[in-house]
Design a protein around this ligand. Structure first.
Ligand SMILES: Nc1nc2c(c(=O)[nH]1)N[C@H]1C(S)=C(S)[C@@H](COP(=O)(O)O)O[C@H]1N2
Ligand SMILES: [Mo]
Length: 410
């Protein structure tokens, strides 16, 4: 059996499969994961802050760019993980399969890391396509929890591999074979595969016939580079305007939707059409006093025009022009304290998007509006008519549509 494993490793060997390649790809993968983790934590906590956390309102595109990077880096992880697995593939057949307790830890941490990363980037990708229905679990909390499993197993993996990483970090001369501590004991033996029968026999016979890949390091990195660049070019158009023309895979296209802006959820799906179009619609504002404002009342307040993006957590984003009264002017009219958090509530019932809270720095911001128009048109019902919230540097999920009330929290 050991002989077979050795033979397998020998046949799988290729110039591109060496520790230096593994370290180089590992570095890129590690960087991509750290970028995803940092941007992911920002996105998570801005939606579910811990006590004492505060977030910036400038630059206005902070969330938009951060989330665009999050999704692009996540997509880049696909070719990088495949490349990393390719580079270390023969190592999966080491002899003996597990070497002592440290070896078990090493193998275990890799297995956990590979499995959790694949699940992580797959559910992340599905999320960008809005396939929430496939998850029988809350996406964000699961994605958040898994990121710690990944970082933990990755830290363990790096700690264990530190000697190899150190050795090959700067190694420009990369033509080094995978470690072969078993070389002396096992020379390739012709015909060692022949006696095997059954499925194992067939697998080994197939390997025996298949020539070992001779991919050079250079072409290997070229393939990984081209694959990564192609994926980003073809999908990042929904997050970054430069890639708009080549946006083939991105689920959202710039400029497609009412008033030239994509819709995330229609009024019909949210079951608010009747309430939103009702002449009885009023915005209820609860402070030390209570105000009920019709759309005409809102239009009678000083109107402001702002350029702010919708930046969806799913990665698509687009700049738009909004107009309406400032949130702070409405709050001041009911005697709201300037340091108060404001809760906005939608006509929509029973959705996690139906309500959101604005910390004081967002609520008082001069760019934060109760928007009544979008790109020069009366706000489309699917964009939140009669009135919606728009604020700088916030994820789309917090830009509540079809407002019904504003509440000054103590
Ligand atoms: N009431 C309500 N508001 C909502 C949503 C929703 O489903 N219901 N979706 C949010 C999400 S996830 C995004 S990205 C933006 C999208 O705004 P748009 O559909 O006008 O582009 O609206 C936000 N506001
Ligand atoms: Mo969204």
């Amino acid at each position: 059996m050991q002989r077979l494993l050795w033979e397998l490793r020998r046949r799988l060997h290729a110039p591109s499969r060496n520790p230096r390649t593994a370290v180089v790809i590992g570095r890129l993968l590690g960087a991509a994961f750290l970028v995803c983790m940092a941007t992911g934590l920002y996105s998570h906590f801005i939606q579910e802050p811990l006590p004492g956390m505060a977030f910036l309102t400038r630059p206005i595109w902070l969330y938009q760019v951060s989330q665009g990077i999050h999704i692009s880096a996540g997509i880049l992880c696909f070719p990088l993980i495949v490349a990393k697995l390719y580079a270390v593939f023969p190592e999966l057949f080491q002899i003996p399969p597990v070497k002592g307790p440290l070896g078990l830890l090493e193998r275990g941490s890799i297995a956990l890391f590979v499995a959790s990363s694949l699940v992580q980037i797959t559910i992340g990708l599905l999320n960008t396509y809005q396939w929430y229905a496939l998850f029988p679990f809350p996406f964000r909390q699961t994605h958040f929890a898994l990121s710690f499993v990944i970082i933990g197993s990755l830290a363990l993996h790096i700690a264990i591999k530190l000697p190899v990483i150190r050795q090959y970090w700067f190694a420009a001369n990369a033509d080094v074979p995978m470690e072969r501590e078993d070389d002396a004991a096992f020379q390739p033996v012709a015909g060692s595969i022949a006696p095997l029968r059954g499925v194992t026999g067939r697998v080994f016979a197939w390997i025996d016939k298949t020539p070992a890949p001779s991919t050079s390091r250079r072409s290997f990195f070229a393939v990984v580079g081209v694959a990564g660049a192609a994926l980003v070019t073809l999908s990042a158009g929904q997050s970054f305007k430069v890639f708009d023309a080549t946006n083939a895979f991105g689920p959202r296209k710039n400029g497609v939707g009412p008033s030239g802006l994509p819709i995330n959820r229609t009024a019909k799906k949210a079951d608010v059409v009747e309430a939103a179009l009702s002449p009885d619609w009023r915005l209820t504002v609860l402070g030390s006093s209570v105000a009920t404002l019709s759309r005409a009342d809102l239009l009678a307040l000083p109107q402001h025009t702002v350029e702010l993006p919708i930046a969806c957590v799913e990665g698509w984003s687009q700049m738009a022009t909004w107009s309406g009264p400032r949130l702070r002017d409405i709050i001041d009219a009911v005697g709201g304290r300037p340091d108060a958090t404001i809760r906005v509530q939608s006509l929509e019932q029973g959705s996690i998007y139906a309500t959101s809270e604005l910390p004081a720095n967002f609520a008082r911001d001069e760019l934060t509006l109760v928007a009544l128009t979008l790109n020069g048109d009366v706000l489309d019902i699917d964009h939140g008519y009669p009135a919606r919230l728009i604020a700088p540097a916030r994820p789309g999920v917090l830009q509540t549509k079809w407002l019904s009330s504003l509440e000054v929290l103590s």
